[in-house]
Design a protein around this ligand. Structure first.
Ligand code: 5GP
Length: 197
């Protein structure tokens, strides 16, 4: 059976933890309020600045597993070998079916799952690159206190993700201090792509 076609387009922002995906999406939200930005579910603890329902829906492991059984996720994955993260099927496919532009960040596993479910014509993947691993390490550490083990998990995931960057449709560099340029490049990709809808 072929994949269902949609009239909208889904932009997946992929890249290691600390590569600036969240910041890019926040800037896109300010500039393009007519795009849809689904809120994923996670079992990780909220960071100090995060509010439930804004960055994520923070749920317990039991609740997450209930949602898996209920087939509520388009995809879900265990990220950094400890917490569940999942995109809501309804929040992604609903807007896609009505022709919306949908923007969501996922890890590389999420990208692989969604690539198998959403037709090529409806999906664009953008990988966020950093200049160096040292730079990435600095950015991860600036987010707050973290054990050596936590940091190692994130750096290990980062190396795996970077090795697969070439599978994405686009790669955009988020060089230190150049977030505005990076957002501009991502916005240009989106606008060029939706021109062809
Ligand atoms: P963080 O805990 O730093 O917010 O996110 C950790 C990783 O999980 C990031 O790479 C982020 O892009 C990814 N992530 C966030 N939401 C989802 C989701 O719904 N599905 C998947 N597969 N990964 C996600």
């Amino acid at each position: 059976m072929g994949k269902k076609q949609y009239s909208g387009k889904l932009f997946l922002i992929v890249g290691p933890s600390g590569s600036g995906k969240g910041t890019v999406i926040n800037r896109l939200k300010e500039r393009f309020s007519d795009f849809v930005y689904p809120v994923s579910y996670t079992t990780r603890e909220p960071r100090r600045s995060e509010k439930d329902g804004e960055s994520y829906h923070f749920v317990s492991k039991d609740e997450f597993e209930r949602m898996i059984k209920g087939d509520e996720f388009l995809e879900y994955a265990i990220v950094h070998s400890d917490n569940y993260y999942g995109t809501s099927r309804e929040q992604i496919l609903g807007p896609l079916a009505t022709g919306a532009v949908v923007v969501r960040e996922v890890d590389i596993q999420g990208f692989h799952s969604i690539r198998d479910l959403v037709p090529k014509e409806n999906l664009v993947s953008i990988f966020m690159k950093v200049s160096t691993l040292e730079d990435l390490k600095g950015r991860i550490l600036r987010r707050g206190k973290m054990s050596d083990e936590e940091l190692k998990k994130r750096m290990d995931s980062a190396l795996k993700e970077i090795a697969q960057a070439g599978e994405c449709d686009y790669e955009v560099e988020n060089a230190w201090g150049k977030i505005a340029e990076c957002v501009k490049s991502v916005a240009k990709i989106i606008l060029d792509e939706i021109d062809s809808l």
